[in-house]
Design a binder for this molecule. Structure first.
Ligand SMILES: [Zn+2]
Length: 186
């Protein structure tokens, strides 16, 4: 426990909880709201506060090359599972692209959490990257019960017209909301 690196790893590992279906590691440490209302998990590293998923990337995958963002394949900003993290191009590149008028959503199929919450929605989430289907949050308890009672993901997702993967991500997102609400109430 003497060196700083070990203690950062220990503090990191004490602050996440796994989500069964999606495999996300949900940050239960402090979370700061970004400008877009997105949740940004924080961890102290030396004298500063850093994004916990960036620290996760460094601890488990390696150094982040200068100018790169750490993005989520699961689109869950408070997930710190290194296997859900990938390096993205820098925001400046996007802004540059916007300025030059060549920014299109087609060039960016994966959603980066640093771009903020999709569709600006707080209570619903477009399941799947296509943004075709929206499942109301009020349906979440029912979906949980159906899955817990043995209905298959394929069956339930088909009824909502979304892919299995999209439903998994959606449910993980719902768990995040619940975990955050609990943390805020505590
Ligand atoms: Zn995740």
């Amino acid at each position: 426990m003497s060196n700083q690196y070990t203690s950062l790893t220990d503090r990191f590992n004490a602050k996440w909880t796994p989500v069964p279906i999606a495999g996300c590691w949900i940050w239960i440490g402090s979370v700061k709201r970004g400008r877009n209302g997105d949740e940004r998990p924080q961890i102290r590293d030396k004298a500063t506060s850093r994004l916990a998923y960036r620290v996760s990337y460094e601890l488990f995958k390696g150094p982040i090359p200068e100018g790169f963002l750490v993005c989520h394949t699961c689109d869950i900003g408070v997930c710190v599972n290194p296997s859900h993290l990938f390096l993205g191009t820098h925001k400046d590149n996007q802004q540059d692209a916007v300025r030059k008028g060549r920014h299109t959503s087609q060039t960016k199929p994966e959603i980066c959490i640093e771009n903020g919450r999709r569709n600006g929605r707080l209570n619903t989430w477009s399941a799947g990257c296509e943004g075709k289907s929206i499942i109301p949050h009020s349906d979440i308890p029912e979906i949980e019960v159906r899955i817990a009672s043995g209905q298959s993901l394929s069956f339930v997702s088909a009824q909502y017209g979304v892919s299995k993967q999209a439903l998994k991500q959606f449910m993980a997102r719902a768990k995040v909301r619940a975990a955050l609400a609990k943390a805020e109430a505590a």
